[in-house]
Design a protein around this ligand. Sequence first.
Ligand SMILES: [Zn+2]
Length: 316
Amino acid sequence: MTRTVLAADFGGTNLRAAIVSAEGHILHRDDHLTPAESTPQAIIAQVIELLAGTVAASGAQPAAACIATAGLINAEEGKVIIAPNIPGFRNLVLTTPVGERLGIPAYIENDASAAALGEFRFGAGRGTRHLLHATVGTGIGGGIVIDRRLYRGAKGLAGEIGHIIVDPAGPRCNCGSRGCLEAMVSGVAFAERARLILQQGKSAILKEIAAGEPPTAVHLSAAAARGDTVCEAEIRHGGHILGLALGSLVNVLNPDCVTLSGGLLSMGEMLLGPAREAMYSLAYGPAAGTLIHLSELGDDAGLLGAAAVAFEHLDT
Ligand SMILES: [Zn+2]
């Protein structure tokens, strides 16, 4: 029988679950809305039943389960420390009840760390040994693979590249610091820049596209694509900042490659061109040979990342 795992991508809106083979093939999948129960305990109970339902419907006998979710995770203790997208999720052990209900070892992992291992095992980082992954979306996340294993650090926090300071005088970040990468280059940061552009009356095109709604990164990108130079400069500057952060990390970690995923990549070369240029301008010596690859896992990155983590646990 094919060796499989149960993988789950647990977000604020969606709970995706799948049975995944060791080759990264999704053999069965279920997409649910995240249960909207009144207490975290009730949400967990519902999630566990949905996961058990996926196992039953698939007819598979997965060897392990892994749940990937956003937030601070203590993978060793199987605990969610804080999940910002799921109300009330603080200091909750998730793996014990999941493992008990399903009768298999259960694991939990930060979604960006899982995505890094997913790219390494099944995606754009296949065949490498050391990899840095960055998710560039609403926020900025990251994951590090060293010597073919996910690097978690002492307390499971490793890979939080969104909180590298890129401008000490920059805007305040959710974490409390000033000028974090995430506060400068992310969906939220670009939306704030777009709001300021409108407030200062600097872009008629952006004003027309936003049509009275609060402007978003998508609006900013659309205005730039229509030739708005102010919006384009904003995106290019963001790309440059992103590249500086990646270049710094490349000098520290010396990975074989950097993989990128996330919604902001739809900004294309306007963001990625300056990012690449800044990264290579910083890369020291042999680090200048570090490759940048775009994710190959698309929408399934969360599921395949969780599966990769489950297989890593099984293999060690
Ligand atoms: Zn921060």
